[in-house]
Design a protein around this ligand. Structure first.
Ligand code: C5P
Length: 220
């Protein structure tokens, strides 16, 4: 079992995946991207022709969901049924339906159990786990718990910088709508008791990674 569990939550576009992964790499920790599992299940549902709005059909897919993730920051992959779908889970068609899949209670229960198993099996000396409900549901007893936030403007600007002007506006709308849908299921906008808020609005990537590492070293 990993000695130190670091739980990181935050909204879409807060940079929590890239920041958590880089911090894990520098600390020699394992890294668990929980959003990747929700995305992989959404991809699997689309692949199998499951109606993602049909909670019963989606719930039926969870029990037999054959999922594997690479938890070393330098060897990251996502597989379903042995097929490598690492780039596919970021496709807009998957992003568009992932919130519908993630709000099904059986999905949340099944994936939470999976995450707890993966955390228990993670390599030493520690693991950074990032998502929406890690500090509150998946690992509320984690040694270090962080809410990584940024103003909506900063989050939109970061996403837009990666895209053309035409798609930037549509993406900003999707980001806001995904956060609104996800917020109905879990609160990742407000820090729970004992959770440290790291606001990256005025920090660049390097300073945010360093700030997270400082929090881990102070709290572990
Ligand atoms: O982090 P990422 O944006 O890849 O997450 C994709 C989706 O997975 C989120 O929009 C949310 O619906 C779901 N998710 C979740 N709980 C988590 C992580 C992700 O519901 N812990």
């Amino acid at each position: 079992m990993s000695d130190i569990v670091v739980a990181v939550d935050g909204p879409a576009g807060s940079g929590k995946s890239s920041v958590s992964r880089e911090a894990a790499r520098r600390l020699g920790f394992a890294y668990l991207d929980t959003g990747a599992a929700y995305r992989a299940l959404a991809w699997h549902c689309l692949d199998e022709g499951v109606d993602v709005e049909d909670a019963t059909e989606v719930a039926e897919r969870v029990a037999a969901f054959d999922y594997a993730i690479g938890m070393q920051p330098d060897h990251y992959f996502v597989r379903v049924g042995g097929e490598d779908i690492t780039p596919d889970i970021r496709e807009p068609r998957v992003t568009a339906v992932v919130s519908a899949v993630a709000r099904v209670p059986e999905v949340r229960a099944g994936l939470t159990a999976l995450f707890r198993r993966l955390i228990a099996e993670a390599s030493e000396p520690g693991v950074i786990v990032e998502g929406r409900d890690i500090t509150t549901v998946v690992a509320p007893d984690a040694a270090v718990r962080v809410l990584l936030t940024a103003s909506p403007e900063a989050r939109m600007a970061r996403r837009s910088a990666e895209l053309s002007a035409v798609s930037a506006e549509a993406t900003a709308q999707q980001l806001a709508s995904r956060d609104a849908q996800d917020s109905r299921v879990v609160d990742f906008m407000n820090a729970a008791d004992g959770v440290t808020t790291l606001d990256s609005t005025d920090l660049d990537f390097e300073h945010t990674v360093q700030a997270l590492i400082d929090i881990v070293r102070a709290g572990a």
